[in-house]
Design a protein around this ligand. Structure first.
Ligand code: MLT
Ligand code: MN
Ligand code: ZN
Length: 320
C-alpha cells in the first residue's frame, strides 16, 4: 500500500493568512515550517488514487505530487475519487476546486451525516452539480469494501463510458465511527445525532494484509478505534494541539482542546500515551498553527521520539 501525505495542518494551515503567532511568523521566515491542510492520497491500483479529504490547498497539493498529475491524454486524471472523514470546511472546501472534472464527474465516499451536511448545509450538489456530476457512495461502516471507483473510467476521462473496466483495487476501506462532532455550519441542520459525523479510516492492502489507520479528527477514542490501531502497521492521527490548555493559553479559544473536539497529544488522557504502546508506526497530522511542533527545533520532538512517535510532514511517502 502506498500513501502520500499531501498536507499536515489543521484548519487555517501554517501559516494562516491572518495570523502572526510564533508558528505562523516562523513559517513565513522559514519555508520548511510551512504545512498545507491535512490530506492523504491512497493508491488504489497502479494509476488510480483516492484523495482523503478535499482541502482549500487541493490544487497545489495535486501539483506537488507527480503521481496525481494528469495524463496520458489531455484530460485524464489518476484521481478516482474523494474519501471524506468529516464535513469540516478544511476537509471539504476543495471539492468545488475540482469542478473542472466536467462530464467525468466526481465520486465522493462519505457517511450519511457528512453527505447531508454537504447537501443541505453547503448546498454542494446545487452549487457544484452544474459544473460536474457528483456521485455519492456510502463509506462502508460494517465491513471492508474495495476502494474501487463505481465509474468505469477515471473522472475527467475523455474515453467513452464503459470503455475501460475499473481495475480491481489493491486496497479495502472501512470507516470507524469516531464522534458526533458537527461542523459549525451544520449545527442546526435537521440531521440525526450519531457518531459517524467524524470517522477514522481503516485501509488494508489486499495482497499483503498491511493496514493503516487515518484519523485526522479525534474528539474521542472509541473501542473500535483501539481495536483497529492495535492491529495496524501504520497509524496517522489528530495532532491538532500539543496539550489541552493550548487553545486557551494562546488565546485562540476560550475552550480546551478536548472541548474543541481534538484530544490533545500530551498529558493524562492524551493520545501519545495511547500510541506509545502500539506496535505500529505512529505519526501525528492536522497540526494547528499554535502547536509548538510547528517549530521543528522544539524539545517536544524528542519527547515523542522517546515514545517511538513521529510527526508527519508534507510530501512524506509511506509504503506498507
Ligand atoms: C476542526 O478541525 O475542528 C475544524 O476543522 C475547525 C475549523 O473549522 O477549521
Ligand atoms: Mn480541521
Ligand atoms: Zn498562527
Amino acid at each position: 500500500m502506498l500513501l502520500q501525505v499531501l498536507g499536515t495542518a489543521a484548519g487555517g494551515g501554517v501559516p494562516q493568512w491572518n495570523c502572526a503567532c510564533p508558528g505562523c511568523s516562523g513559517a513565513r521566515a522559514h519555508p520548511h515550517w510551512r504545512r498545507r491542510h491535512a490530506s492523504l492520497a491512497v493508491q488504489a491500483s497502479e494509476d488510480r488514487w483516492y484523495l482523503v479529504n478535499a482541502t482549500p490547498d487541493i490544487g497545489d497539493q495535486i501539483e506537488d505530487c507527480p503521481a496525481l498529475h494528469p495524463g496520458p491524454g489531455s484530460r485524464r486524471t489518476p484521481i478516482a475519487g474523494l474519501v471524506l472523514t468529516d464535513a469540516e470546511l478544511d476537509h471539504t472546501l476543495g471539492i468545488a476546486r475540482l469542478r473542472e472534472a466536467g462530464a467525468g464527474g466526481l465520486e465522493l465516499l462519505t457517511t450519511g451525516p457528512v453527505r447531508e451536511a454537504l447537501l443541505t448545509g453547503l448546498r454542494l450538489e446545487a452549487v457544484v452539480g452544474p459544473y460536474t456530476p457528483l456521485t455519492w457512495r456510502d463509506l462502508p461502516l460494517a465491513r471492508p469494501e474495495p476502494l474501487t471507483s463505481t465509474s468505469s473510467d477515471t473522472p475527467n476521462s475523455t474515453a467513452a463510458p464503459n470503455s475501460t473496466a475499473a481495475p480491481d483495487s489493491a486496497v479495502t476501506i472501512t470507516a470507524i465511527p469516531i464522534s458526533a462532532k458537527r461542523p459549525r455550519y451544520a449545527a442546526d441542520l435537521p440531521v440525526p445525532e450519531g457518531d459517524s459525523w467524524v470517522v477514522a479510516l481503516l485501509l488494508t492492502d489486499r495482497a499483503t494484509g498491511a493496514t493503516a489507520v487515518y484519523a485526522p479528527a479525534l474528539a474521542a477514542w472509541p473501542d473500535a478505534l483501539q481495536s483497529a490501531v492495535d492491529q495496524a502497521d501504520c497509524v496517522i492521527v489528530d495532532g491538532t494541539f500539543w496539550d489541552d490548555e493550548e487553545p486557551r493559553r494562546t488565546g485562540i479559544s476560550t475552550r480546551t482542546a478536548t472541548a474543541m473536539g481534538h484530544l490533545p497529544i500530551d498529558g493524562p488522557g492524551g493520545t501519545a500515551e495511547r500510541l506509545a504502546p502500539l506496535g505500529a508506526r505512529c505519526l501525528y497530522t492536522h497540526l494547528n498553527n499554535t502547536n509548538p511542533l510547528v517549530d521543528p527545533g522544539v524539545p517536544q520532538y524528542k519527547r515523542l521520539a522517546d515514545r517511538g512517535i513521529e510527526v508527519a510532514g508534507d510530501g512524506m511517502v509511506i509504503q506498507l
